[in-house]
Write a protein that binds this ligand. Sequence first.
Ligand SMILES: *Cc1c(COP(=O)(O)O)cnc(C)c1O
Length: 413
Amino acid sequence: MLEFPLNKDELEQIIERYPTPFYLYDEIGIQNNAQQLNTAFAWNNGFKEYFAVKANPNPYLIKLLKNQNFGMDCSSLPELLLAEKCGIVAEEIMFSSNNTPVEEFIKAIELGAIINLDDISHIDFLKQQASLPELICFRYNPGNLRTGSTIIGYPEEAKFGFTCEQLFTGYKLAKQYGIKRFGIHAMIASNELDPNYFIETAEMLFKLVKEISAMVRIQFEFVNIGGGIGIPYKPEEKPVDLSIISEGIKAKYELYNLAPIKLYMECGRMITGPFGYLVTKVRHIKQTYKNFAGLDACMANLMRPGIYNAYHHMTVLGKEDLVHDTLYDVTGSLCENNDKFAIDRKLPQLDIEDIIIIHDAGAHGHTMGFNYNGKLRSAELLLRDNGDIIEIRRAETIEDYFTTLNFDRLTEF
Ligand SMILES: *Cc1c(COP(=O)(O)O)cnc(C)c1O
């Protein structure tokens, strides 16, 4: 578990300027982490991590990662435009979308992004309704050949990707259509802490590269093993040892004699997850059949506990070392009983106004936010490497909430 990067006084000063709840990201932490990933895979000439923008689409973080030579993995028009605005162009963008509208393909091709197709029918869809790119990648779904994870489910139940047979047919067709540059992709794990899983995924793809190259007579430029590297949300869990993944993949890469094929990755969670915190305040304490601590944040700010029953560690500012002897359900204010950040969590005795820090919220946190029940998304702050705080996204206002509504004809009703 990472320690919160600020002390009590520092955080209290920030709260005076920026009311809770807010997200806080640690620039140095993200930077070092990105560097470690690049270093771990430095053996592969051309290794590139395409940060999954959906995990944290804040332009400041995107820029920070771009400066570490990361590309961006996008899957919607706004994500493509965001990458473009951050100066990420051409093959620095991996477009791994699914059920894709034609205008998104057109924009991605216009940007020169790497097009990673989710379905065999999209080859002709592109040809007829957009244009064929010069480089194409297909997403593989191994079906029952691999087991899944709780978040993504079993591959054969998943909506993503080509079957094995479709891969062979698809590359053949793409070759017939004159496409000359190829990649292959799979993304079948989520929040996986076992390094072997990624070595197996890489090997699965390496084998396919060999078989497809031989059968279809094409050359692959890259293998994209997707994202899905987990983070230790629970105190007893350990971070994935990147050197184990890297060494394991390197051994397979050499075994299959794949040079000069480039290895790509599109992790989101492990890049920013541990370095983001949701800072929130206890608003009410309620005692009925259980103890409830009601926060000023709710599931609209962080929905992982509500939808995945995910564990997020919490610390109480200034009470970190007190005995954790009181059971609480830590809740938000939605009219939904699954609006709980924790159920039966042992915490120190809480008081109104206590500051609660919810850890590991830097990925799939703010970005999953929503406006149900009229809840507003919070601000995002960045703790700079020099100690400065900058607001990298303001909190939503009620005006924002009303902007899409049209009241003009309300009086007629
Ligand atoms: C969500 C997603 C990722 C990133 O997943 P993480 O679990 O955040 O690493 C990568 N690739 C695709 C296609 C995704 O949908």
